[in-house]
Design a protein around this ligand. Structure first.
Ligand code: SAM
Length: 263
């Protein structure tokens, strides 16, 4: 049985290292499963109000969510009273997000836009941009990363802030992968682990309760590297939280959240 027939990684999946490939990876079956993968209630509990508080402390009103996915972050911000524009390069994700937002009573403002050419499709400025859920990892070369960050920078008001998160790839690359890093979401309904890791690729395997299996090929961003790029495109101050905490041992957190200020 080929559970991954809707995804196309060709004959050598670990050779697939392309920024455009996310469009092939978020196929219908996977998009439909995505909300099973990210159980909104438990995710909201784990996250608490950190992101909302960071935005409120800065007096943020208007937010651009550049990696809307199925809408989790956008809907949370709408619930907290922010004005939100929800963008994503993948139309299936946006359709799903719109439908999810409707269930919560919101009419989501969606824009289909690739990060690298965001300004072609988004013609407003924002107090904050969020790029969450380990999304930036989809870009496979430095030129694309610089281009995307420069577009985000330009779409922010002069005192705007970018919130961008990523997995702790340093720990996965340096400590090696061990089963303690296997993540089981929604109880045991989805297992997630990196099947292949090298300096240029982290290939994650997602297995659902119905035995369906999907993959995402991602670039393993090192924390220091992401921070350097943020500085180089012009962000003046960058604070990096580990699992939402200010102090942590480098290899402990699963996720880092970069809070990058324009001034
Ligand atoms: N933020 C959401 C969450 O946390 O639930 C969704 C994150 S999902 C892992 C990553 C999203 O980034 C996908 O919906 C994908 O379509 C989008 N994406 C990846 N590369 C992109 C690009 N170059 N331009 C625009 N969107 C992109």
């Amino acid at each position: 049985m080929n559970n991954t027939k809707n995804q196309d990684f060709g004959d050598n999946p670990t050779d697939v290292r392309k920024s455009d490939h996310y469009q092939e990876e978020y196929v219908t079956g996977f998009v439909d499963k995505w909300d099973e993968l990210i159980d909104w209630e438990s995710r909201a509990k784990g996250e608490g109000n950190t992101i909302i508080n960071i935005l409120k402390e800065r007096g943020v009103k208007k937010v651009l969510d550049v990696a809307t996915g199925t809408g989790f972050n956008s809907v949370r911000l709408l619930q907290a009273g922010f004005e939100v524009v929800s963008a994503d390069g993948n139309p299936e994700m946006l359709a799903k997000a719109f439908e999810n937002a409707r269930k919560y009573g919101y009419l989501m403002r969606t824009v289909q836009a690739d990060w690298r050419w965001m300004k072609q499709d988004v013609h407003e400025n924002f107090d904050a941009i969020i790029c969450l859920g380990n999304s930036f990892t989809h870009l496979f070369n430095e030129r694309d990363r610089r281009k995307a960050l420069a577009e985000f920078y330009a779409l922010l008001k002069h005192d705007g802030v970018l919130l961008l998160d990523q997995r702790n790839y340093d720990s996965i690359l340096d400590q090696g992968y061990s089963s303690k890093h296997a993540h089981y979401y929604c109880g045991d309904s989805v297992s997630v682990y990196p099947e292949h890791v090298d300096e240029g690729l982290a290939r994650f395997r997602y297995e659902f309760l119905d035995n369906s299996v999907y993959y995402l090929n991602m670039f393993p961003l090192r924390k220091g590297y992401t921070r350097r790029l943020l500085h180089e495109v012009g962000f003046q101050e960058i604070k990096t939280l580990g699992d939402f905490k200010e102090t942590y041992k480098e290899d402990e957190p699963d996720f880092f959240l970069h809070v990058a200020e324009k001034e």
